[in-house]
Design a protein around this ligand. Structure first.
Ligand code: SAH
Length: 347
């Protein structure tokens, strides 16, 4: 059986041609499913009867199931979803004034080993299939539909559990379905992929020729601090990372966002801010300062508000564009991987 949601349009075309059918049938199917929300092959009137029979026997529509749902006072929804093999992933809906943002996971667990992150508490079990990443957006769309306000997901960030560039091909196919005019039709500029800095994949991503946003989890202004909190830094040091960022900016014609979690006493001094400004000089980049979501079993603490604002000021004075990330769902298990880590331990 083929899960329809595993196929980007080019991949579905390829598959359909291998069944000796016309390539354009793939676009017809995409329109029925993603545009008209018709899942009954019998109702797809412009598809021949014999092919409809074939589709019925060979294709299914499988989405993750809601295992647990938390709703925050600010409207943020966090879901723990169960996949076909029982694995669980987290997905979050955040309501900004500009739209509904889905934060999706790309893997079950994560092996990147960032010292402050709850996702890494449970090591990577496996990568997610295209249908399992897409399914997170589809399930959130179903919830928005049930609310009855004719709303849907307008923006997607691949910033949930997992390292998207460690599951590169599936994440790219997922993005192709999101972005396709016959698919979910979400504009490339409304989609952001965040990586901890897998350098060779940044070059691949730059060469895709897509207009999708790239965010880099930087979190430190030098290798010494970065090596302590992000294991990937020992494989790809900052000078290699910055070279890749510059290549991306030149090739894709887009600027990146640097994410920087402020951790008390670790990376939040004025000196650190100055060093950061120097590090990213010469890039078009923009810095997103993230208030740390404390994870009980980890020793890191969030910088106090005054320190955060001083850090921001220092950057701005040095000509760096920076903002402080708005927080959502602080009354639920909002930090990456927190809900799943809690549930898996309970099981
Ligand atoms: N692996 C990718 C994407 C997932 S993490 C990456 O590293 O970018 C998404 C972002 O959340 C990263 O910037 C990550 O460092 C950050 N993050 C992880 N744990 C956090 C926490 N407890 N509080 C705030 N941000 C966190």
């Amino acid at each position: 059986m083929y899960n329809f949601y595993d196929y980007s349009l080019p991949k579905l075309e390829e598959l359909i041609v291998s069944f000796n059918e016309k390539k354009y049938r793939a676009t017809q199917l995409f329109k029925w499913v993603y545009k008209r929300k018709v899942f009954d092959f019998d109702a797809m009137s412009d598809v021949s009867k014999t092919f409809r029979e074939f589709l019925k026997e060979n294709f299914v529509f499988i989405k993750p199931k809601i295992y647990k749902k938390q709703v925050s006072k600010d409207g943020t929804i966090k879901l723990l979803l169960e996949l076909e093999d029982g694995a669980k992933v987290e997905t979050v809906l955040m309501r900004y004034n500009y739209g509904n943002v889905a934060c999706v996971s790309s893997e079950v667990g994560c092996n990147m080993g960032c010292a402050f992150c709850a996702s890494g508490i449970l090591k990577k079990q496996r990568e997610l299939k295209v249908s399992e990443i897409l399914g997170q957006v589809l399930v959130l769309n179903d919830l928005l539909f049930e609310e009855g306000n004719d709303e849907r997901i307008t923006h997607v960030v691949v910033m949930g559990t997992g390292e998207p560039f460690d599951n590169y091909d599936n994440v790219m196919d997922f993005i192709r379905i999101l972005n396709n005019p016959h698919g979910l039709e979400i504009g490339a500029r409304h989609i952001t992929v965040s990586t901890c800095g897998i350098v060779p994949k940044i070059y691949d991503y730059a060469n895709e020729g897509l207009q999708i946003n790239l965010a880099i989890s930087l979190h430190a202004p030098n290798d010494e601090i970065r090596n302590k909190i992000m294991a990937i830094s020992r494989v790809y040091p900052l000078d290699e990372l910055m070279k890749a960022v510059k290549y991306y900016e030149k090739t894709a014609g887009r600027r990146v966002t640097f994410e920087y979690i402020l951790l008390k006493g670790i990376n939040d001094s004025k000196e650190n801010a100055k060093e950061l400004a120097k590090l990213i000089k010469g890039t078009l980049a923009y810095v997103n300062l993230i208030p740390y979501n404390e994870v009980s079993e980890m020793k890191y603490r969030r910088s106090d508000e005054k320190t955060v604002h001083e850090y921001l000021d220092t950057l701005m004075k040095l000509g760096v564009t920076a903002t402080i990330r708005k927080e959502f769902g602080s009354d639920i298990d909002a930090a990456c991987g927190q809900l799943r880590a809690k549930e898996e331990r309970r099981d």
